[in-house]
Design a protein around this ligand. Structure first.
Ligand SMILES: [Zn+2]
Length: 405
């Protein structure tokens, strides 16, 4: 396994500056490309699964977090409030309270449920500077978070569907070592007191896990303060375990915010909130991708997908045309000119690109290209159209195989 902090710097993916501050990384173009590809993937997956996306502000009034319970149960991780014109506002510690308010702002019929609201938004955690490093402990987190407002009868199916989305995301990202954990409350006082609520939520999540056939272990003292959750755990290069994806069943926030829907009987009923985070924070997800792949990302995530290599100066014009053809197909491609080094040196230099398109005089004359794959395979010359179409299909299907049969 690789150390994402070291590689992140070497590969020019992200960095930090003491003047911006510890735990506040910035993303360089190659790292930003990986992150953006991941964000696009998540939004596409959520859209297909019936989620609608929203935006909400990164600040909220102190009272909002008093109602949500963060103020009483999560204050160690929150920034101190800022006084603005006689009001206290806080950098938000989670997106959930905003989404609960957005649900509450309109009346809802049971026919609208399950109502799936998703956002990829910033939240803040006041980590101590001693534990900061790279992308895994940061003070500003961009969280892939979604909330499904549904009836009690719908909770199990929604949680199971969320687990499936998580499984397919991990496959597309080529993450192989994830473990499932049922996170339960512990003895400490940080959990909200409502025993029947905890029991009901735990029973549903246990059923979902058992039905899914996924192996898991239960862990006490790992729940959210308002409810139990299924956590998908990954391990970093230093052997530290952390949570990537989560599914939570929450009876608490709907009660705190007095959420309701109108049932078939015309009366008011309380919805349940299922929190679903398919990839967790983009920071941690990209750290995990770097540590898993060492910079040799699956094609759909690669900063440069196709390195175009003219054998000599004579093919440089054709190389630029080929690059433009790739760009028009929605792919990322760069030309490494003959003047920048021998073919062997340029092949090594672009070794992290999943595809190298080599152009010699014969290929140029026949509108063909010789394709080399990152794993060392060399394919016979083929038409430019066929090669570009093939790569585009791999990228569009989020395939982790470079050249599926
Ligand atoms: Zn949430």
């Amino acid at each position: 396994m690789y150390d994402h902090r070291k590689l992140g710097r070497e590969l020019g993916l992200f960095d930090t500056d003491p003047l911006i501050g510890a735990g506040l990384p910035y993303w360089l173009p190659d790292g930003a490309t990986v992150r953006q590809s991941l964000e696009d993937y998540i939004r596409a997956v959520e859209r297909r699964a019936g989620y609608r996306h929203v935006y909400s502000p990164v600040l909220g009034k102190r009272e909002l977090y008093e109602i949500s319970g963060h103020w009483a149960h999560y204050d160690d991780d929150m920034y101190p409030p800022m006084d603005v014109g006689g009001e206290q506002v806080v950098l938000r510690p989670s997106l959930c309270p905003h989404h609960a308010l957005m649900y509450r702002a309109r009346s809802h019929s049971y026919r609208e449920l399950p109502l799936r609201m998703a956002e990829l938004g910033a939240m803040y955690r006041s980590e101590l500077s001693g534990v900061l490093g790279g992308l895994t402990r940061v003070r500003c987190i961009h969280l892939n978070d979604a909330h499904i407002f549904c009836t009690l009868d719908q909770v199990a199916d929604e949680a199971a569907a969320a687990l499936e989305l998580i499984g397919s995301a991990h496959r597309a990202m080529g993450l192989r070592n994830a473990r499932y954990r049922l996170s339960l409350p512990g003895a400490s006082g940080k959990y909200v007191a409502a025993p029947e609520m905890w029991q009901q939520a735990t029973r549903i999540l246990t059923e979902v896990l058992d039905r899914s056939g996924l192996g898991y272990e239960a862990a006490e003292g790992e729940a959210a303060f308002y409810g139990p959750k299924i956590d998908v755990q990954v391990t970093d290069h230093a052997g530290r375990e952390s949570t990537l994806s989560t599914v939570q069943v929450d009876f608490y926030q709907p009660r705190q915010f007095d959420l309701h829907y109108i049932g078939p009987d015309g009366g008011k009923h309380r919805p349940v909130m299922v929190h679903c985070s398919i990839i967790g924070s983009v920071e941690r997800a990209v750290a995990q991708l770097i540590e898993e792949h060492g910079g040799a990302f699956p094609a759909w995530l690669a900063p440069n997908q196709i390195a175009v290599l003219p054998i000599s100066e004579a093919e440089e014009g054709a190389a630029r045309e080929l690059r433009d053809r790739c760009l028009r197909a929605g792919l990322r491609a760069e030309v490494l000119d003959a003047g920048s080094g021998s073919l062997g040196a340029r092949i090594r230099e672009s070794r992290l690109a999943p595809y190298q398109f080599v152009l010699g005089p014969a290929e140029t004359a026949n509108a063909e290209v010789a394709v080399r794959l990152r794993d060392g395979r060399r394919l016979p010359p083929q038409s430019v159209d066929a090669a570009v179409d093939r790569v585009r299909a791999v990228v569009e299907q989020y395939d982790t195989l470079l050249w599926p049969a």
